[in-house]
Design a protein around this ligand. Structure first.
Ligand SMILES: [Zn+2]
Length: 99
């Protein structure tokens, strides 16, 4: 299951902005490593999750207000089909657009 983006606080995030969020939050919670240009969203979000003791692979243990949940291509397309906004709240990238 590949994530095309994430949903956090009732807003969509593209992978790039989720990566940035993961870096910021991980550092805020005391994570020491500097990412530079390495690490994708999955890695930086996992670093954040580990700092707060959250099991992000079990999405029933947290809400999308506590931590970003993965949005799959199918979910994004379904939301788009229902005329919901599927744009990244930060940069405007449309999560539902085909790759
Ligand atoms: Zn974005």
């Amino acid at each position: 299951m590949t994530a095309v983006g994430y949903i956090y606080n009732a807003a969509f995030l593209c992978a790039d902005d989720a990566r940035e969020l993961g870096i910021r939050q991980a550092h805020e919670h005391g994570y020491a490593m500097s990412w530079g240009d390495c690490g994708d969203a999955e890695e930086t979000l996992s670093a954040w999750a580990s700092m707060i003791g959250l099991d992000r692979d079990d999405e029933t243990t947290f809400t999308s207000h506590e931590f970003p949940k993965r949005v799959t291509q199918a979910q994004a397309e379904r939301a788009h089909g229902e005329r919901a906004d599927t744009w990244c709240s930060t940069c405007g990238w449309n999560l539902a657009q085909p790759f």
